[in-house]
Design a protein around this ligand. Structure first.
Ligand code: AMP
Length: 114
């Protein structure tokens, strides 16, 4: 756990969240400012600051995040598809420096960056 990390505090239960999924590696909860009908954050339980800090010592957490994403999408009924977004660093628009993946869905998404 990193000091002063919002998502570490949510994982530790020090700050409440609207949890939708949890296992040994991953916590997922609804975004506090949803950008779509379904907007869920999938967060590794180990503090990894960002995509740039993923390496062979911690990449299992990324794999577990994507295993969780598939389960959550099914549970949320996102059968028609959805978008997974990771913002990395200041230029990427990351505001919480704990690796996380946004699941965005529940509506036909229009704006695409790529
Ligand atoms: P990012 O900009 O990619 O770092 O995403 C951070 C996300 O965390 C934003 O979409 C915020 O709305 C969300 N967020 C911030 N605080 C909370 C919180 N306490 N509970 C749930 N989501 C949060």
């Amino acid at each position: 756990m990193a000091n002063d990390c919002l998502f570490c505090k949510i994982i530790a239960g020090e700050i409440p969240s609207n949890k939708v999924y949890e296992d040994e590696y991953v916590l997922a909860f609804r975004d506090i400012a949803p950008q779509a009908p379904v907007h869920i954050l999938v967060v590794p339980k180990e503090h990894i600051c960002c995509a740039n800090a993923v390496d062979e010592s911690n990449s299992v957490y990324v794999a577990k995040c994507f295993e969780a994403i598939a389960k959550i999408a099914k549970a949320e009924g996102l059968d028609n598809g959805y978008r997974v977004i990771n913002n990395c660093g200041a230029d990427g628009g990351q505001t919480v420096m704990h690796l996380h993946f946004h699941i965005i869905g529940g509506v036909k998404l229009s704006e695409k960056v790529v």
